[in-house]
Design a binder for this molecule. Structure first.
Ligand code: TYM
Length: 337
């Protein structure tokens, strides 16, 4: 039994504790965390060090970390099967990130589209952390010798950088890191904004553009009813020409498992009102039970504390092993670890 467990492949993924977690985060990432928990050894982190690359209100950030952990747990993740923890409580993330900074080129980081977008959004605070953000993400993943990384499509470029840096390090020092693969869902890897369906649904955009995981059913229905579609009144999957309705179809398909053809066959010709109500029903059916669990978990501070402590301890044990190897390879003092 012990043997079988240690042979499982490893998963790492993280979510930033900023703003409200959205339906995009749920469909693109969180839902898959749960689906993969039996087959893999999984570490799921609330990546608070990433969050401070943009200015945060400290008290609010601390609460947001607990909210995010509660959402992880409310979505059904088992804290015994999985290691659920705050990134900043395992110091090795920051240490490995620094070391990997020295093996990552400015040119590589300058090409990252998220850096370009974020530096436009936060033009008054283009800090080094924002620039080196993908290196910290690479450290997160490589630290645990992760095989698989469940993410939405927007993180694909960062994962590729992680692979490049890991391979570069391995080429210089011999096998040190497992080079990870992405796990990007076929449907729902990029849920779009409800108001501007050419853009990704994002927790840092205005409220009406996303469904938050914690939005109450009446709010969810209102937001979906107001989602931008078009004037053709056809329920056909065509992201290029009908981005709004195609986005709603992706949401429905991801949550119910119905194919695009089946959705079109059921709803085309019945009007957007009926279709949007069906999408809202599906979203509410998935999110309402999570919200009920969330209310119970967020109130149980002792339980959260225990998950947080045991998660950080279990993660540290794995991280320390990698750091010992890395320190030896690059010539840093290794005997204290
Ligand atoms: P973050 O916090 O922006 O998003 C968390 C996860 O949700 C996915 N996602 C989406 N998927 C589909 N449609 C959307 N509209 C949508 N919006 C977000 C993201 O792709 C992500 O998987 N840098 C990461 C956090 C991170 C991380 C890591 C992830 C830090 N270290 C190591 C994986 C492995 C981020 O900002 O995700």
């Amino acid at each position: 039994m012990e043997q079988a467990q240690t042979q499982k492949k490893r998963i790492f993924s993280g979510i930033q504790p900023t703003g409200n977690l959205t339906l995009g985060n749920y469909i693109g990432a969180l839902r898959n965390f749960k689906l993969l928990e039996d087959e893999y050894d999984c570490l799921y982190s609330i990546v608070d060090l990433h969050a401070i690359t943009v200015r945060q209100n400290p008290a609010e950030l601390r609460k947001a970390c607990l909210r995010t952990m509660s959402i992880f747990l409310a979505s059904g993740l088992d804290p015994v099967k999985n290691i659920i923890y705050f990134q900043s409580q395992v110091h090795d993330h920051a240490e490995l990130a620094w070391i990997l900074d020295c093996y990552t080129y400015m040119g590589e980081l300058s090409r990252m589209t998220q850096f370009k977008d974020k530096s436009q959004k936060h033009a008054d605070n283009i800090n080094c952390g924002l620039f080196a953000y993908p290196v910290l993400m690479a450290a997160d993943i490589l630290l645990y010798q992760s095989d698989l990384v469940p993410i939405g499509v927007d993180q694909k470029q960062h994962l590729e950088l992680c692979r490049d840096v890991g391979q570069r390090f391995n080429a210089l020092y011999g096998d040190t890191f497992v080079i990870p693969e992405g796990y990007i869902p076929k449907v729902g890897a990029k849920i779009m904004s409800l108001q501007e369906p050419e853009k990704k649904m994002s927790k840092s955009d205005p409220e009406e553009t996303y469904v938050a995981i914690l939005d109450k059913p009446d709010v969810i229905r209102k937001k979906i009813r107001r989602a931008v579609t078009d004037c053709e009144n056809r329920v056909l999957f065509d992201p290029e020409n009908r981005p709004g309705v195609s986005n709603l179809m992706s949401i429905l398909s991801a949550l119910t498992g119905s194919s695009m053809d089946a959705i079109a066959a059921e709803y085309d010709g019945r009007g957007y009102g009926v279709f949007k109500d069906a999408v809202a029903d599906a979203v509410i059916a998935v999110l309402e039970p999570i919200q009920n669990e969330y209310d119970r978990i967020i109130a149980d501070k002792a339980f959260l504390q225990q998950v947080m402590e045991s998660g950080a301890e279990r993660a540290s044990q794995i991280a320390h092993k990698t750091m010992l190897k890395v320190r030896k390879k690059v010539g840093l003092a290794a005997w204290k670890l």
